[in-house]
Design a protein around this ligand. Structure first.
Ligand SMILES: Cc1cc2nc3c(=O)[nH]c(=O)nc-3n(C[C@H](O)[C@H](O)[C@H](O)COP(=O)(O)O)c2cc1C
Length: 139
C-alpha cells in the first residue's frame, strides 16, 4: 500500500460541473484499479490523497500532473502505508463554500471528513499532513 498527497490549482475554465464530470469517470477508473482517496476543492485549490498499489498510484499521479485542467501540481508527501484512510471511497469529494462560510463551519466539515475516514484509527505522518494541509487550505 502506497499513498501520496499533492495539491494543485484549477484552471479558470475548469468549472464545478466539469469537476463533477471528471470525478464520475475518475471513480470508475479508481474502482477498477483499487485506488481510493479523497479530493478537496476550495477557491480553485485542490488537495488530493491517493492510495493503492505503489505502481498504480504513481502512474495515476503522472497522468494527473500532466492534466491541463489544473496547474502548479505539487507533491507534498509519498509514503508506504499499512492502511487505507478512505478504504470505502473510490474518491471522496468535498467542495467547500468559498468566502462567506465561517472558519468554524469549515473546521466542522474537516472534522466530519476525519470521522468518515479511518484517520482516527491510525496516527501517522500521512493523516497529520493531510489534515494540516486541509486546514491551511481552508482557513
Ligand atoms: C484534480 C484532479 C484530480 C483527478 N483525480 C483523478 C483520479 O482520482 N482518478 C483518475 O482516474 N483520474 C483523475 N483525474 C483525471 C486524470 O488526470 C486523467 O484525465 C484520467 O486519469 C484519464 O487519463 P487517460 O485518458 O490518459 O487514461 C484527475 C484530474 C484532476 C485535474
Amino acid at each position: 500500500m502506497y499513498s501520496i498527497i499533492y495539491r494543485s490549482i484549477a484552471n479558470d475554465s475548469f468549472s464545478l460541473s466539469d469537476i463533477y464530470d471528471m470525478l464520475s469517470k475518475a471513480r470508475e477508473r479508481n474502482f477498477k484499479q483499487n485506488i481510493t482517496g479523497c479530493l478537496l476543492y476550495h477557491e480553485n485549490g485542490f488537495l488530493q490523497l491517493l492510495e493503492g498499489e505503489r505502481k498504480d498510484v504513481l502512474s495515476l499521479y503522472d497522468k494527473i500532473s500532466e492534466d491541463n485542467r489544473h496547474h502548479s501540481v505539487e507533491l507534498i508527501l509519498e509514503e508506504k502505508q499499512e492502511y487505507r484512510l478512505f478504504k470505502d471511497w473510490s474518491m471522496a469529494f468535498f467542495e467547500f463554500e468559498a468566502f462567506e462560510s465561517k472558519a468554524e463551519m469549515k473546521l466542522m466539515q474537516i472534522d466530519q471528513i476525519f470521522k468518515q475516514s479511518k484517520s482516527h484509527l491510525v496516527n501517522t505522518s500521512l493523516t497529520k499532513t493531510f489534515f494540516d494541509q486541509a486546514r491551511s487550505m481552508l482557513l
